[in-house]
Design a protein around this ligand. Structure first.
Ligand code: ADP
Length: 271
């Protein structure tokens, strides 16, 4: 009789606990659902805002290029200088907007890649030419060095790799106030090609180097002084790894930086 009573009360207790647990579970599910909804609304808002900003920014960049190319007649050297600066700033804003639009697509594997065999030197040379005026305007030496007779075919989406190289070059120019920026292409080992963007800028301490490729990470002293979100290097890393490559940095505070990527070489006859 006593035993039955005890087991009854135990069953009752278990029943109460089970109900409580179920209630908690339901509450948790509800919270998760509303968090997911908030996340979706945030993504939607960022995406909408970025889209709305991209079109006018691209138009502004287009007009600047037209004036620089002489479509509006002759302009003074001073005006040309200002326009080059304005063009570089609009390039940065467009890159920043693209990064905001692309990050979740890349993270979640929703990005579409048009992968083909391309010459890394050609992609890098285009990026180099694109940034020439900006580097000149800042008074920096700007060099492009390719190891002679090098095999340089890689199997990648050229637009994405261009984005990576643009990001690295743009950072090098942005953070370097004196000296030079050099883009160097050479063999890493028999199966890999290496591209380096070397600058004589402020460099990055060993402690910060470990955090640099994290999402939204920016070195404290640069925040507020330069346009940026801390997404650039994070996206570069995601993209380079997507193409089976590696990205890294060699740097010493006060002695400049060498941001490098290595990609597997695509052999003759490869797909
Ligand atoms: P952003 O430039 O938008 O801040 P990035 O992800 O491209 O974001 O870079 C992250 C941080 O790394 C920058 O905020 C800057 O502090 C540092 N950094 C990047 N490139 C360089 C460089 N060439 N020299 C010195 N610091 C750099």
């Amino acid at each position: 009789m006593t035993r039955t009573k005890t087991s009854d009360s135990r069953t009752q207790k278990i029943g109460v606990l089970k109900t409580k647990l179920e209630e908690k579970e339901a509450k948790l599910k509800k919270t998760q659902k509303s968090l997911k909804k908030l996340q979706e609304q945030k993504d939607e808002f960022i995406s909408m805002a970025a889209h709305e900003l991209r079109a006018p920014m691209t138009a502004i960049k287009g007009y600047i290029s037209m004036i620089l190319q002489g479509d509006a007649g002759k302009i003074s050297e001073k005006a040309r200088g200002y326009l080059v600066d304005a063009g570089a700033i609009s390039d940065r804003i467009i890159r920043l907007i693209n990064n905001m639009l692309n990050v979740s697509r890349i993270e979640e594997g929703r990005a579409i890649y048009r992968v083909k065999r391309v010459s890394l030197s050609e992609v890098a040379k285009e990026a180099f030419n694109h940034s020439k005026l900006e580097a000149e305007r800042k008074g920096l030496g700007f060099n492009f060095v390719v190891q002679p007779n090098i095999e340089d075919s890689v199997f990648v989406d050229p637009e994405r790799i261009r984005e990576v190289v643009d990001n690295l070059i743009s950072n090098a120019i942005k953070y370097t106030n004196q000296g030079s920026v050099t883009i160097k292409i050479g063999k890493a080992d028999k199966d890999k090609i290496r591209l380096e963007v070397i600058d004589t800028g402020p460099g990055v301490s060993e402690k910060e180097q470990k955090k640099l490729f994290r999402k939204f990470y920016r070195v404290k002293i640069t925040v507020g002084k330069t346009i940026g979100t801390g997404l650039g290097l994070y996206i570069c890393k995601l993209l380079i790894e997507r193409f089976n490559g590696v990205i890294g940095l060699e740097s010493e505070l006060g002695k400049g930086s060498n941001f490098w990527i290595e990609l597997p070489l695509e052999k003759e006859g490869g797909s």
